[in-house]
Design a protein around this ligand. Sequence first.
Ligand SMILES: [Zn+2]
Ligand SMILES: [Zn+2]
Ligand SMILES: [Zn+2]
Length: 111
Amino acid sequence: MPPRPHVHGPVVDDQTRCVHYRTAQDVIAIKFACCRRYYPCFQCHAESESHPATQWPEAEWSEPAMLCGVCALEMSILAYRATTHCPRCAAEFNDGCRLHAHLYFAVPTPA
Ligand SMILES: [Zn+2]
Ligand SMILES: [Zn+2]
Ligand SMILES: [Zn+2]
């Protein structure tokens, strides 16, 4: 297996939970389009970087930019957005993340 990618920011465990999002389901990190670094959430990125976060354009959603913190599987944005569980270890992902999709992906802002 490839080495586990480093997750930046104020993580609180080795499953990508951070000081902002630390429920049982908060086991996803995202590689930000701007700096190609993995962070657990947009707040971690904002506190650790001096540049604004950019969102992944839909044309690049096949990039393996999502990390399962439980088994370290890297999946594409398309694969992540099509599932509620990790395809390899079956860890449940936080459904509330969908409300924040516009912070990470170029999608319409929810009304
Ligand atoms: Zn960045
Ligand atoms: Zn965070
Ligand atoms: Zn997994």
